[in-house]
Design a protein around this ligand. Structure first.
Ligand SMILES: [Mn+2]
Length: 443
């Protein structure tokens, strides 16, 4: 880290955008335009204000691009990673919505530290398909004019997605004199994001592929005596080597007693040959995250007891998965999975079925957030992506099993996006006999 000498570099041309060179590439502008049109169609006579994220000040005064992640709603509608920006969208009744993008003016002194930033101008217009790009300096006066009506009728409702929470008071001040209603834009945006378009599916598929490769490496790599963090390191090496820019969530690598803690992510234990290890991981690629869990026998072979519990969980997962099709709800899938476990537990967990050890929900939506936005009462429809993840956790035996896969709802059923990550006992055991390919040696 350099010390703070106040020099100024002329900003270089080109590479004006934080996402320039992103392994995922830019979002196609026709996709972005279609998303804004879909949003406008839900606004009626309202107006939407969508804020971006601000830079994070992790190391006071030394801002770094790598700390920055754009707000999901702002990225969804603009494809931009520019901080401290606003998007305003309004329906016009003529098909094409009014959209105005506000970007901060460029700041050469700051750019000397954090690199060139996209500013207001034709380049931003070309990247987003939004013809009207202005400086954030005119945001407040423009907004006042819109709220007052100006050339067109005043909006009946203002829908707000803040992006950065810190701007709550600023926006509240700007909206002070406004006489219509102000409401949260989140439910509308969630309903749009729940059904993935082609660009989103491409990103999700890649995130899932990378996560699958990391799981296969973890199967080859894992051996007794390793620390959980060493397995975590092998996984995250594969993520980064494939261009994943972040973790979708902290990697959960929990062996033995830690396998029964649902969100254990300290990853400190030294593994033992008798352990099962629950590995729940997701690479983030181009703002979309995978979420895939496998449970392995650290020694490479399941004991008969571990195998019996594992296969019960697998059966409960299959039962739910086979039922995935448009029209069914997550609540119904959850019920199918528990009914399977009720009927197939035998005496594995004593006189009561093992279902009492299945202590979390079966599914969640997946997308830009690992627990993605969307109303859980919504019946499944083509283009939605969800996880299917039953589990059994028996603390008194230090025995936890979770199996989690990612499923795309299709017109007639589903596509298993995680099909190439071994799930059957034999497939896992045979891959565990192999040597690691990405990370050499077993520390
Ligand atoms: Mn999950």
């Amino acid at each position: 880290m350099l010390a703070g000498i106040g020099f100024v570099l002329a900003a270089c041309a080109g590479t004006l955008n934080a996402q320039h060179g992103s392994p995922a590439g830019p979002v196609a502008i026709d996709r972005l335009a279609a998303r804004r049109t879909a949003l406008a169609a839900k606004l009626g006579t309202g107006l939407a204000i969508i804020g971006s994220q601000d830079l994070r000040d992790l190391e006071r005064d030394y801002l770094q691009d790598s700390d920055f992640r754009q707000d999901n709603n702002f990225f969804y509608l603009t494809g931009l990673e520019t901080p401290s920006s606003w998007l305003v969208v309004r329906a016009t009744g003529s098909g094409r919505p009014d959209a105005v993008l506000y970007l901060p003016p460029r700041d050469p002194a700051q750019e000397a530290w954090t690199g060139p930033k996209l500013g207001p101008g034709p380049e931003a217009a070309a990247m987003t398909g939004i013809a009207e790009v202005r400086s954030t300096e005119s945001f407040e006066s423009d907004l006042a004019a819109w709220l007052a009506g100006g050339a067109s009728p005043a909006p009946s409702t203002v829908y707000v997605s803040l992006g950065a929470a810190a701007r709550d008071s600023t926006l509240a001040r700007m909206l002070q004199g406004y006489r219509g209603s102000v409401t949260d834009a989140a439910p509308i945006l969630a309903s749009l994001r729940l059904v993935k378009d082609e660009d989103e599916l491409q990103r999700l598929r890649r995130a899932i592929q990378i996560t699958g490769e990391a799981h296969r490496e973890a199967m080859r790599f894992t051996a007794p005596g390793q620390y959980e963090y060493q397995i975590e390191a092998a996984i995250e090496y594969v993520f980064r080597a494939h261009g994943a820019e972040r973790l979708g969530f902290p990697s959960i690598v929990g062996a033995g007693p830690n396998s029964v803690t649902l969100h254990y992510d300290k990853n400190r234990r030294q593994t033992d040959g008798d352990d099962l290890i629950v590995i729940d991981i997701g690479a983030e690629f181009g703002y979309y995250t995978a979420d895939v869990t496998r449970t392995l026998p650290v020694a490479g072979r399941f004991t008969p007891r571990q195998r019996a519990i594992y296969e019960l969980v697998l059966g409960a997962q299959e039962a739910a998965m086979q039922a995935v099709r448009p029209g069914i709800t997550i609540r119904e899938l959850d019920r199918i999975s528990r009914a399977y476990m009720d009927q197939n537990s035998g005496s594995l967990c004593g006189s009561d079925p093992c279902t009492r050890y299945f202590i979390h929900g079966l599914s969640h939506w997946l997308g830009m957030d690992v627990h993605d936005v969307g109303d859980y009462r919504t019946p499944l429809a083509e283009g939605m992506v969800l996880t299917i993840e039953p589990g059994i956790y028996i603390p008194e035996e230090e025995l936890g099993v979770r199996i989690e896969d990612d499923v795309l709802v299709t017109r007639n059923g589903y596509e298993l996006l995680t099909a190439d990550v071994p799930r059957a006992v034999d497939a896992i055991e045979s891959l565990m006999q192999r040597q690691p390919e990405w990370v050499t040696g077993r520390p």
